[in-house]
Design a protein around this ligand. Structure first.
Ligand SMILES: Cc1cc2nc3c(=O)[nH]c(=O)nc-3n(C[C@H](O)[C@H](O)[C@H](O)COP(=O)(O)OP(=O)(O)OC[C@H]3O[C@@H](n4cnc5c(N)ncnc54)[C@H](O)[C@@H]3O)c2cc1C
Length: 285
């Protein structure tokens, strides 16, 4: 697994904030969609990439800058030689259980506080492991929880916009703690619904049964409800599985898939086969 320190910060670009919009209501976790315009024409970026954001830190460890990565959340556009990229950022705050103090995630708070016209320093672009399979009949099971939907939103859009004759099934599981926190699939931002008519695409919602609790997102129910089709897809050798989001997703996903496959052992075996066949890719943070 790559570590953040392996990502070079030597390519730096200025990115102007064209738009910053809160996608989630006031009393829920703040997630913003930010549209950036990169000022240097030599910056080029694709849907299957991420980029870094550099924030001045001068932390206790002698680091002058704080570097964090973000997925490209829409198909990048070139306009007058300048690349426009969309990102989805969740404001990360954390209450230390011992001291009770509130800690602020440096980069996510910096990004969420930026306004139209502000200029940030970005790095990259860097590869994400989510590649469109060459075989157009491949099946894809995508699991993107919270901001983990960002790369898949771009990915699914790209497949149905640019990849001719896509024949495989795409099943996207996405979720949040409550319907209000859903990104892109709530009433205001439902652009993934544009693909509902595609015979090959379906999206399934995983919501926590207790939206006001700090529970993990209930992936198991959504997976169980579609068990027959998922099992059929997993029985095929050309099925790929891509996963993105916070690290809690691992536990939820393993539990849900072990249940529909009948045992932890069976899921472990199938997952190892996917990994060995280069059909498993994940971005966990
Ligand atoms: C490939 C990749 C793609 C990613 N894509 C996205 C994306 O599309 N959208 C997105 O929102 N994120 C994404 N991330 C995660 C992102 O890079 C950051 O990790 C995230 O925004 C938090 O960074 P931060 O600087 O705000 O928090 P940090 O400052 O790194 O802090 C991390 C967490 O620890 C808490 N914390 C901070 N200080 C302390 C302290 N002293 N004691 C205890 N806890 C503390 C913070 O509240 C925060 O929750 C991605 C990560 C990777 C690796």
């Amino acid at each position: 697994m790559a570590h953040l320190k392996d990502y070079s910060t030597s390519n730096q670009y200025r990115a102007k904030v064209l738009k910053s919009e809160r996608l989630t209501p006031e009393d829920t976790n703040e997630v913003r969609e930010i549209l950036l315009e990169v000022q240097e024409p030599e910056f080029n970026c694709q849907v299957d990439q991420s980029f870094g954001v550099l924030v001045k830190s001068n932390d206790d460890f002698g680091n002058e800058f704080h570097h964090r990565l973000y997925s490209v959340a829409d198909i990048p556009e070139k306009d007058n030689g300048k690349t426009k990229i969309t990102m989805l950022v969740r404001r990360c705050n954390y209450i230390d259980e011992f001291s009770g103090e509130l800690h602020y995630g440096l980069s996510s708070n910096y990004l969420c506080d930026r306004e139209k016209g502000d200029v940030l320093t970005i790095t990259g672009p860097f590869e994400l492991p989510f590649k469109v399979p060459e075989d157009r009949t491949s099946n894809l099971i995508l699991v993107g929880m919270g901001t983990g939907i960002a790369p898949f939103r771009a990915f699914v859009k790209h497949i149905y916009t640019h990849v001719k004759d896509w024949k495989g099934k795409i099943r996207l599981f996405y979720g949040a703690r409550s319907g209000l926190e859903l990104l892109y699939m709530n009433e205001k931002n439902n652009d993934l619904a544009n693909y509902y008519d595609e015979t090959t695409f379906k999206a399934f919602l995983a919501l926590s049964p207790r939206p006001h609790w700090n529970d993990p997102i209930a992936l198991d129910k959504a997976v169980e409800q579609n068990a027959e089709e998922i099992l059929e897809m997993l029985s095929k050798s050309n099925t790929h599985m891509f996963v993105a989001g916070y690290d809690k997703i691992h536990e939820n996903l393993n539990k849900a898939f072990a249940k529909i496959l009948g045992s932890e052992e069976k899921w472990k075996r199938r997952k190892s086969e996917l990994i060995a066949g280069h059909k498993w890719a994940e971005v966990i943070y």
